[in-house]
Design a protein around this ligand. Sequence first.
Ligand SMILES: [Zn+2]
Length: 181
Amino acid sequence: MSEPDHSAGHQDGIGTPDALDRLWTPHRMAYVRGESKPVDDTETQCPFCRVPAMEDAEGLVVRRGELAYVVLNLYPYAPGHLMVCPFRHIADYTETTDAEAKEVAELTKQAMHTLRTVSGVQGFNIGMNQGAVAGAGIAAHLHQHVVPRWLGDQNFMPIIGQTKTLPELLQDTRQLLADAW
Ligand SMILES: [Zn+2]
């Protein structure tokens, strides 16, 4: 994901109400984007290396596999925006072992199933940004985005530079998805 596409224009599209929508009220608390941006590419600076050491609720971890894990994006493009990350600090998809690539793929499929189960998801954007030039926010650690989409969901797109989320609601979303997995 680089930046949300605002070319569609209007902000009055209304998605189908569902559990995730109700958990998503991007009005009450603002994060300053880049707050937790790493200062370099080392593992100690890497949020995707730090997160697995945290409790699931604290790190917003939804699911742990053997070689990879699933975490909610702290700066979501849509409610339920997940990322599938290998535990290993590798930057490029070609650096994955076959087993890692397989588990990332399996967790991605499970993420889609789970999001469809808890919410009326109508589509997905799935993919990896490889390199900062391609829009990767944390370029040093591979992560696959799983972004659920609803008709009219421009409504939920963050305004560039003013991404607003509510940490407590991210916690609720995490719990909902973890329970439904
Ligand atoms: Zn890392």
